[in-house]
Design a protein. Structure first.
Length: 645
């Protein structure tokens, strides 16, 4: 985070996590490249979730984990605070507050980028009653190296990606009493790189992302100084960058002066690697975002503008050389930031955990482009004259995913109507809020209006109906089994106790939600839908909106949670969840059952008995006190009720 905009004077709790450092200039004469560890295939989409943050209450952590699954987040950047993990004396570790949450992330299939940062008092010599004591540098860099080794060893197989400090280029959080910061950081980086590799040979090491990431204000000069102090070695596998520019849109340029923008900084990072003989190294954006702070002058944007810029940042990054990952900053501020806080208001969730438009935009973006491959700029791209750098006013990016083409377009300034070439006869426009609009194809073109709010144009390949699985199984009570396409999801998400037996084979049905045709299979309590546009992600199989369908036209009363009961309320629907239903909802996640569309109340079921129930978008919860947990909460037989042969 740029110190020009960083929150100042905020005294954080003793058990805290985050970090930085400061600038120094030097020019390496010769660069020796450390052998990069093979990164392999990793999801592009990550988030600074900070689930391990000791400031967060347990309920908020669980809600955010469910939100991460809903968003399709595959990586979480977590602050692994030395001051918390080895607090009292050297060799005495306190893994307890961290282990359960790292385990929870791993259990949910979310990879962890662990950022090693902050210094305990015993290692810095600064007492914990001093302001910002944890940002003082260690007196002996070897103490940090030993900590890095033990931490990488303890979490080997759970955390295999480590970032060495955070923003090591400013004084604010790397206080060393006038020392040569670049040299000190270089020693910590070199030692911890070797130590982590020894503890976990599969580990990937990131250099700490900079607070100032440019050539004019010292950031890249600091990197050069670190390399020079390292004898020309690049002691990292991945270049981590924080290309924040909260005072301008990502594409901002000025034809009269050199004004850097987001594409410029990505290109600058790649050229820096080239200049150091390391063009094979990956670039990860480990922080970037936009703030909705309402009392920070020109540095804040509207919630709608935040959503628009979030998509554009990611699309531009996916088309940039060597950029293979983006951990957006951030999901939700752990300090419940006020309206004047720039960094806290970069969250895509509000302090009450409700969703900003950027939350929805991220989910749409991830669903569209997770596992997609950038294939080049499209014909709608239009350059405008600029003597200093490349500049455009129309942007057109093309991707391929599961054999289908996805095009992303936007226009800076006044909206404009354009004709976009397509190859398929079935084409859908997807807006940043998730709205789907079928388009008419004429002579291989679709007509759309482009603006600063990006749109996705999905070209739908015809389905091969001959490959439908009849899913016959004479040993099953219904004569059917889960289709091969849906079996893994059925088993992973709850199986027979949750969904019941299948009551159909695979079939093609038109969705009442978006008008598209999908391969589906009906179960007693749910309808599975196959979404090839999300192939390879958790959204490849989704549950149909049976709750919303079955309850269509009904008006549910507002029922307040019992006094003293822990509850969560959905701002979008106005209904709350509490008690055993809250536990089950958290366990299953929003992605599986959706938002509540009623509160809890008594209702007669199809078996003639009365149960406490609650309706959700994709299911109906029923409370069965005669069963032992977890089977005291069951899904209603909505599949049976709605299925038509």
């Amino acid at each position: 985070m740029n110190p020009l905009y960083r929150r100042l004077g905020r005294v954080l709790p003793v058990l805290m996590l985050v970090a930085l450092l400061a600038p120094i200039a030097a020019i390496p004469v010769k660069t020796e490249v450390a052998k990069a560890a093979p990164i392999g295939s990793r999801s592009f989409f990550g988030m600074n979730l900070y689930i391990t943050g000791l400031e967060r209450p347990k309920g908020e952590k669980m809600a955010m984990l469910n939100a991460a699954e809903d968003l399709g987040v595959k990586w979480s950047r977590e602050e692994m605070s030395w001051a918390n993990l080895e607090p009292g004396e050297k060799g005495s570790f306190n893994w307890g507050p961290y282990d359960p949450w790292i385990n929870e992330l791993v259990k949910r299939g979310i990879g962890v980028v662990g950022t090693l940062q902050t210094t305990p008092s015993w290692a810095s010599g600064v007492h914990s009653d001093q302001p910002d004591w944890y940002w003082n540098a260690p007196r002996n860099p070897q103490d940090f190296v030993d900590f890095a080794y033990q931490t990488a060893l303890h979490y080997a197989g759970k955390i295999d990606v480590w970032e060495i400090w955070n923003e090591p280029d400013v004084e604010i959080t790397f206080k060393c009493g006038g020392c040569d910061r670049a040299a000190l950081y270089a020693e910590m980086l070199s030692g911890s790189y070797a130590a982590i590799k020894k503890a976990n040979p599969k580990a990937v090491v990131l250099i700490g992302g900079l607070s100032i990431h440019d050539s004019n204000n010292g950031g890249m000069a600091f990197l050069d100084a670190v390399v020079a102090a390292s004898g020309g070695r690049l002691n990292f596998d991945v270049l981590s960058i924080h290309p924040y520019m909260p005072d301008r849109m990502p594409e901002s340029t000025d034809p009269k002066t050199v004004v850097q923008n987001f594409p410029y900084r990505l290109d600058m990072s790649y050229k820096w690697l080239q200049a150091h003989g390391a063009e094979d190294k990956e670039i990860w954006i480990t922080e970037d975002g936009y703030s909705t702070c309402s009392e920070c002058g020109t540095l804040g944007v509207s919630e709608e503008e935040q959503a628009r810029r979030l998509i554009r940042l990611h699309v531009i990054a996916m088309g940039a050389p060597n950029v293979t990952h983006f951990s957006y900053f951030q999901a939700k501020d752990k300090f419940n930031a006020g309206s004047a806080d720039l960094w806290g208001n970069m969250g895509i969730m509000r302090n009450d955990l409700s969703e900003k438009p950027a939350y929805v935009a991220y989910r749409v973006l991830n669903g569209q482009l997770a596992d997609a491959t950038f294939t080049g700029l499209g014909t709608i791209t239009r350059a405008v004259q600029n003597r200093w750098q490349a500049q455009f006013d129309r942007y057109h990016y093309k991707f391929v995913k599961a054999g289908a083409t996805i095009q992303v377009l936007w226009k800076i300034g006044v909206p404009e109507s354009v004709d976009v070439p397509v190859e398929e006869s079935s084409v859908v426009l997807v807006k940043s809020d998730g709205t789907n609009i079928p388009l008419t194809v004429r002579d291989g073109l679709v007509s759309v209006t482009i603006s600063e709010d990006p749109i996705f144009i999905d070209e739908i390949k015809p389905k091969a109906t001959a490959n439908l699985d009849a899913a016959v199984d004479t040993s099953s009570p219904t004569g059917l089994r889960p289709a091969n396409r849906f079996l893994a999801y059925w088993q992973k998400s709850g199986g027979l106790p949750l969904f019941g037996y299948p009551i159909s084979g695979e079939r093609i049905e038109k969705s009442s939600t978006d008008g598209k045709e999908y391969i589906v299979q009906w179960f007693e309590r749910a309808r599975f839908e196959y979404h090839p546009e999300y192939a390879g992600t958790d959204a490849e199989v989704l549950l149909g909106l049976l709750g919303s369908q079955s309850a269509a036209g009904r008006s549910f009363p507002q029922i307040a949670p019992p006094a003293g009961a822990q509850s969560l309320c959905a701002k979008e629907t106005g209904h709350c969840v509490w008690g055993r239903f809250l536990e089950q909802w958290r366990e299953m996640g929003i992605a599986l059952v959706g938002l509540p569309i009623s509160d809890q109340f008594e209702e007669k079921s199809s078996d003639g008995k009365t149960y406490i129930v609650q309706w959700f978008e994709r299911a109906r919860f029923e409370y069965h006190p005669e069963n032992k947990p977890p089977f005291d909460v069951l899904l209603g037989l909505l599949g049976r009720q709605l299925y038509k042969k």
